[in-house]
Design a protein around this ligand. Sequence first.
Ligand code: FES
Ligand code: FES
Length: 170
Amino acid sequence: MKRLNRDGRYPVRFTLNGMPEEGFAEPRMLLTDFLRQEIGATGTHVACEHGVCGACTIRVGGKAVRACLMLAVQADGAGIETIEGLTEPDGSLGPLQQAFHENFALQCGFCTPGFLMTLSEYLEKNPDPTVEEIKVALSGNLCRCTGYHEIINASLDAAKAQRERRRQQD
Ligand code: FES
Ligand code: FES
């Protein structure tokens, strides 16, 4: 049984992009709010807050999930990945981010972390997707200002870049 601290909050510990993090959360606190307010990981965005738009998508235990549909206390002990973890070790853009940048696949960028986190999981399962497959994979992420054409082109380029990287590593 976890111990409450004095103001009724529970300790929450997890790894975030490979680094240990911890804080305290009321039982009702959403994981999105915990990440942004307690941990300061503000790359994860919050829009609809009821699981529709995909802006808050992160990976928990490798699976892409909506952080606005999870309580912070449910993440205790998990391995979490967020958009901050997609950059290269030297801080430059990772292949998915670079592909979105080069294809003008964002305007305001509010939806972008969610698209990228969905894509990061999907491309591990299907490294060489068709356009139709990408459309299905990204159908749970909504963008209000960029054309989806650019997003799909960026996704195809990202997949290609990742395949190339893997080939060089083998
Ligand atoms: S903010 Fe989580 S799905 Fe929209
Ligand atoms: S780039 Fe603005 S909502 Fe997608």
